[in-house]
Design a protein around this ligand. Structure first.
Ligand code: FAD
Length: 389
């Protein structure tokens, strides 16, 4: 089997990469180890910046009216102050996001890519890259118990935070400053939830942070997450923190006192702020979680999965114009440099702010000041959701 591009992983990063390549007539194969629909542990919040990308892909009709839209943001719990704000209108971004279970969202995106010319191979687990002289030229995979080899001019690793391609090529970095862990559970019978993303760095779980994201009716996705260095330093048991969050938080307990869990409590790794991955080597580009593209403050990664997928497609298309045909050589044109120039300053500010944010002595007065000002609370929402550029 031989393709121009093989994309490994059909989450938002892989589906976006493959969609943008197929639209420009690149012969692309998208592989996933799972058969869709499949679960992905997530908060299910799709921020306005991601929605901009989805609408640009032509998905507005499929989303509008079919899933829960949120139009604002509630942030608080470190003290008495709570910031509640509608998403500020901007010319570049929609004034809403969505909350969609990943089991539905990822299937919708994968089906859409397929309809737009992407060849998809589900139930196929990549076990290693094919490498010659340090250059990746394909992948080795298991399908129906048999080993197969697939060659490509460029391989894109969109295989998530545990990326097998990144690991085998020595591209993943395990610095606890850039790793996070989060756990979530679905509940029904949740009260006092509306059309807001609710995020609570509540003092009962400091330095962790929790969320309650409504899914419609009385159902919500509830979770807690923290950075790995915080978990190690304070010897945090995240399951214990989750229990504290739902039973001791003055804001969250009243919402959940009559609620019942309707799924197991499950967790996953986050690779944040571009510091957990080297992103590329000859013949291979990593995108999304594999490229450590989760927002260090909000834990939001769908936006950056979609954006880096599109950027990788553009990068590959540029190589096609070079006269050498489709290829990836970081020495000649670095994809990592492109990510750094777009996201480095924002992510670095985020990494610094969480170091301050886990100190109640700093957080409480800050939230108190922000909650009293329309302008400052709008700025906070813009900053958390990166509603710039
Ligand atoms: C608890 C939690 C809550 C979160 N909440 C939010 C949120 O509310 N909003 C938000 O924007 N982000 C959130 N995130 C982050 C978000 O889930 C990720 O950033 C996003 O899923 C990244 O997309 P991706 O396509 O890079 O990777 P993934 O979505 O992980 O997709 C990777 C794909 O690769 C496949 N794969 C893996 N290994 C192989 C292999 N060897 N062979 C073939 N296929 C393979 C997998 O099956 C999977 O389909 C959360 C994360 C966690 C852990």
């Amino acid at each position: 089997m031989e393709y121009d591009v093989v994309v490994v992983g059909a989450g938002p990063a892989g589906a976006s990469t493959a969609y943008h390549l197929a639209k420009r007539d690149v012969n692309v194969l998208l592989i996933d180890k799972c058969n869709f629909p499949r679960e992905k542990i997530c908060g299910d919040g799709i921020a306005p910046r991601a929605v901009r990308n989805l609408y640009k892909m032509g998905l507005q009709e499929r989303l509008d009216g079919n899933f829960l839209k949120f139009g604002g943001f509630i942030f608080g719990g470190a003290g008495r102050a709570v910031v509640k704000r509608e998403i500020p209108p901007t010319p570049r971004f929609p004034d809403h996001g969505y909350i969609i279970r990943r089991i539905d969202f990822d299937k919708l995106l994968l089906d859409y890519s397929r309809e737009n010319g992407v060849e998809v191979l589900e139930g196929t687990k990549v076990i290693a890259p094919l490498v010659e002289d340090g250059k990746v030229f394909g992948v080795k995979a298991l399908r129906n118990g048999e080993e197969i080899e697939i060659c490509a001019k460029v391989v894109v690793g969109a295989d998530g935070a545990h990326s097998v391609l990144g690991r085998k090529m020595g591209l993943l970095l395990n610095n606890p400053q850039y790793l996070g862990i989060a756990i979530r559970q679905y509940f029904e019978g949740v009260e006092e939830v509306g059309r807001y993303l609710e995020v609570y760095p509540d003092r009962v779980i400091t330095p962790a942070s929790g969320w309650v994201f409504p899914l419609g009716g009385s159902v919500a996705n509830v979770g807690v997450g923290a950075m790995l260095y915080q978990i190690q330093k304070k010897k945090i048991d995240l399951h214990e923190y989750f229990q504290k969050f739902i039973t001791e938080s003055a804001i969250v307990f009243p919402k959940l006192r009559n609620a019942k869990p309707i799924s197991p409590l499950r967790g996953a790794l986050l690779r944040v702020g571009l510091g957990g991955s080297k992103v590329e080597c000859p013949g291979l580009i990593l995108v999304g979680d594999a490229a450590s593209m989760t927002n260090p403050v909000s834990g939001e990664g769908i936006t950056y999965a979609l954006e880096t997928g599109e950027m990788a497609a553009e990068h590959i298309l540029e190589s096609r114009m070079s006269g050498r045909g489709i290829h990836h050589d970081p020495e000649e044109d670095s994809f990592r440099e492109k990510l750094l120039s777009k996201y480095f300053h924002y992510f670095r500010t985020g990494i610094r702010s969480i170091r301050w944010g886990d100190r109640p002595i700093f957080m409480r007065p800050l939230l108190s000041v922000v909650s009293k000002s329309e302008k400052r609370s709008a700025d906070l929402v813009r900053a958390l959701m990166y509603l710039r550029h």
